[in-house]
Design a protein around this ligand. Structure first.
Ligand code: NAD
Length: 526
């Protein structure tokens, strides 16, 4: 592979020059890692291929870093910590302002690499970047977040609180939001004074590399942000590294439950957002047209590869008769390469993912459900080799079937039917996941009943994907988070996760007219 580029063009793209099509890349480059503010190429012989999901052409190779290379990254973050921690929050804020400006300037470039490696449409990739950018913008309020409290607890005594960074923190990312998830973590972790070792998904590393390049341009000192690569062994290295004080993980239940347990056993703080099965409850008094549109967008956008995708709908009463119309709208969607202007949804990420999704559709058929609209076998003419699954709608299923129990993570919507709102609430609550849910209704009474009784952590009322903006926090629940959801991402809870609260109680007594007297009993604060 040709790695003979100059430092400036290591990533082979710039704010104005980046891929705009699925054309085959003639000489794909290896993905570098990022340590001490510089890109380095691994000496490993062990690589993971990254393919364009629309064509399965090779885009790059991700190195499985050696332990020596991983140690370089952790050491770099460790060395950078004292200086970064002792910098004032206001000085760090200046760097964050520049970072925000650069992400905005490179927005299209970031979106392009996401479309190329992950498959989602360019418009959706831009949304991926925006949702992360908004966290970085909110992190500019770091000085406000870091302010402590003070109280005079006795005439001669006061207690103050200080928020202090933890040290080196690791971030382990999924493939489906290659910019947003790194940006859920980097801005909050760094504005609060921590240094970072981030591992992007081995299936879509490009956006994280651009974010690293921009961090150096913004003025982050060397070692504050490092990016490493690999799969399970890299994660295990980070979990076992004594220098790493906290782990932020977003991904599947299988990986996340393991990472939460092992990280916690090793004495680290862990926040872990996991999988989902998000239900929308459709009541007959909702606005039919906008509800059907909202369901289609939330079920099939990003080819269903969102942790907050609507993957199940619960049709109450007469809304069951709306299914043919839902199918019609799903079939009208354009499934195409993400760079194509008309694409509503792109391919799924890998051939393995496509096979898994098709397997779950097949299992639904075998278990007696009805496939109302079958996306298997679809191929857009221009991209016959991609990982295509067109929108699929399954009905007449019951909650014991595989297609209901599993997170499908593809463009597949399952539809259940009940007769009342209370039955719908019970059904949603019986599901072990609790990331998000929505109710569609024009009744305030029904919405309020739903809000009060539903267990999922993020609730939409006529809003299909109710992800809170960064002035709030991402509040999944139940099996969609590890550790009971105590450590949520971004917002004030994100600041709490990345900081340790210190209290200092001071006594400034000893005035000559008020001599102090030693006492062995507890103070009475009078
Ligand atoms: P994944 O769990 O396969 O991978 C996530 C990360 O964990 C990757 O960096 C991967 O290298 C690492 N990893 C995977 N298996 C591992 C193992 N056994 N040991 C150690 N490390 C391991 O997830 P994915 O397929 O990339 O992402 C999709 C999943 O992420 C879905 O389940 C989705 O719901 C979830 N997700 C959740 C949220 C949320 O906020 N709840 C957001 C986005 C995605």
């Amino acid at each position: 592979m040709d790695n003979s580029s100059t430092k400036e063009s290591v990533l082979g793209s710039s704010a104005s020059s980046f891929p705009r099509s699925h054309d085959k890349i003639s000489a794909p480059k290896d993905t570098p890692f990022f340590v001490d503010n510089e890109f380095r190429f691994s000496s490993t012989k062990d690589f993971i291929d990254v393919h364009d999901p629309a064509t399965n052409n090779l885009v790059s190779r991700v190195p499985k870093l050696s332990n020596t290379e991983l140690e370089e990254a952790v050491l770099s973050a460790e060395k950078a910590f004292p200086g970064w921690q002792s910098m004032s929050t206001i000085a760090r804020q200046q760097i964050m302002f520049r970072y925000v400006g650069l992400i905005r300037e490179h927005w299209d470039r970031l979106a392009a690499v996401i479309t190329l490696e992950q498959g989602k449409t360019v418009a959706d990739s831009k949304g991926d970047v925006l949702r992360g950018l908004q966290v970085a913008e909110a992190a500019c309020a770091g000085p406000e977040y870091m302010k402590g409290e003070v109280l005079e607890v006795a005439k001669d005594m006061e207690t103050r609180t200080y928020r202090e960074p933890l040290g080196v923190v690791a971030v382990i990312c999924p493939f489906n939001f290659p910019a947003m998830i790194p940006l859920w973590c980097i801005p909050i972790a760094t504005i609060t004074g921590n240094t970072v070792v981030l591992k992007p998904s081995e299936r879509a590393p490009g956006a994280a590399m651009i974010l690293a390049e921009l961090a150096e341009k913004a003025g982050f000192p060397k070692g504050v942000i490092n990016v490493v690569h690999g799969a399970h062994d890299t994660v295990n290295f980070l979990l076992d590294s004594p220098a790493i004080k906290a782990i932020s993980f977003v991904g599947s239940n299988k990986a996340g439950e393991y990472i939460f347990t092992k990280g916690s056993e090793n004495g680290k703080r862990v926040q872990a957002n996991l999988g989902a099965k998000n239900h929308a409850v459709v009541l007959p008094d909702c606005d039919k047209d906008s509800t059907l549109d909202a369901i289609i967008a939330a079920a099939f956008g990003a080819a269903g590869q969102r942790c907050m995708a609507l993957s199940a709908i619960v049709l109450v009463g007469e809304t069951q008769s709306w299914l043919p119309e839902l199918v019609k709208r799903a079939q009208a969607l354009s499934v195409n390469g993400g760079f194509e202007a008309n694409a509503d949804l792109g391919p799924v990420v890998t051939p393995q993912s496509k096979a898994r999704i098709e397997g779950l559709i097949k299992s639904a058929e075998a278990e007696g459900a009805k496939i109302l609209c079958d996306g298997r076998g679809f191929k857009p003419a221009a991209y016959p080799n991609g990982n295509w699954v067109a929108p699929t709608i399954i009905s007449e299923l019951n909650p014991t079937m595989e297609c209901y129990k599993e997170e499908i993570f593809g463009p597949v919507l399952v539809c259940l039917q009940v007769q009342s709102l209370d039955e719908a609430i019970q059904l949603v609550n019986d599901n072990p996941y609790g990331n998000g849910t929505a109710v569609f209704t024009s009744s305030g009474v029904s919405a309020e009943r739903f809000r009060k009784n539903i267990q999922a952590g993020q609730v939409g009322v006529n809003v299909p994907i109710p992800v809170p903006l960064p002035m709030f926090s991402f509040t999944g629940n139940k099996k969609s988070v590890a550790g009971g959801g105590a450590n949520t991402f971004y917002g004030r809870p994100g600041v709490n996760f990345y900081t340790q609260l210190k209290t200092v109680t001071s006594k400034w007594a000893g005035r000559d007219d008020q001599p102090t007297k030693n006492t062995l009993s507890m103070p009475t604060h009078s």
